[in-house]
Write a protein that binds this ligand. Sequence first.
Ligand code: AMP
Ligand code: ZN
Ligand code: FE
Ligand code: FE
Length: 276
Amino acid sequence: MLIDLHTHSYCSDGTDSPAELIRRAQAASLDVLALTDHDTSDGWHEAGQAATGTDLRLIPGMELSCRHGRAGVHLLAYLLDPGYPPLAAELDAIRDSRANRLPAMLAGLRDVGIDITVADVARVSTAASSMGRPHIADALVGLGVVRDRDEAFDRYLGWGRPGWVPRYGADLTEMIGHVRQAGGVSVIAHPWGRGSQRTLTADVFADLAVAGLTGIEVNHLDHDATQREQLRSIASDIGLVVTGGSDYHGTGKIDHPLACETTDPEQLERLLAAVP
Ligand code: AMP
Ligand code: ZN
Ligand code: FE
Ligand code: FE
C-alpha cells in the first residue's frame, strides 16, 4: 500500500496538470494520492475526474500558507470544504497577497539589472490560480538569467535577496480551527525543514494539538534521520498522527519524485478517523 499525501500540480507551482499528476501517480504504483496545491482547490475537479474509475484513491487537499509568530509555516489540510466562508476569505487574502507582491519583486530584480516584466512571469504561470516565487524563478530561467529554480532562489528570491518581498500568511492556530470547522483535518508540513526547528517546539505542537491539529509530516526530504526520530517521539507523546509525502512539483523541484516519501497505512487510517 503506497500512500503519498503531499503533491503539487500547475494550479500552484507544480508543472503537471492535475490529470497528468493522476497518470503519473498510477505509473508510480501509488494506491493513495493527495493533491495539495498551495492555497487553492482549483485542481480537485480535474484530478477527481482523472481518478474516477481507477484503483487510485484521491484525497483532496491543500497546503496553506500560514504564520506562527514571525515564521512562515505550511499547513497541509485534507477533505475540507474550501467554500467555508472564514477559510475562503483567508485563501483570497493569501492569493491576493501572492499576486500583489509581484510588482515589488520585479522592481527589486530590475534594481540589480535584470530586465524582467509581469508578462515574462504571466507566460510561465498561465494555469496557476496561486502564483508564487517559483513562477518568477521559471521566468528567470526563461530569460537565461539562471539555470534552474534552485539558483533563482539562492541568488534572487530567497529571504533577503533582491527579489524577496514578504507576503501575507494566515495565523496558524486560527487556520487549524478553520480547517476543522470546514470539515477537514490538518497536518503541519515539513515542520523542521528550512530552519524552522526553533519555532515549532514540542510545547508549540502540544498547543496546536489542543487547537485541533491532527498530524505532523515527518517523512519529508527536508528532514534528516535525527529530526525524524525526534518528531516521531513528539508526535507519539502528544498523540499526533505521523504522515509523509514527496512534495512532488513535477520538473519544478528536482529529486522529489512521487512516492519518494510515504505515509504508513495505519497512520492514514488514524488521519481519516479524525475527520470531524
Ligand atoms: P512562495 O510561497 O511564493 O513564497 O514560494 C515558496 C515556494 O517556493 C515553496 O513552497 C516551494 O515550493 C518553493 N521553493 C522554496 N525554496 C525553493 C528552492 N530553493 N528551490 C525551488 N523551489 C523552492
Ligand atoms: Zn510549492
Ligand atoms: Fe511547503
Ligand atoms: Fe509543498
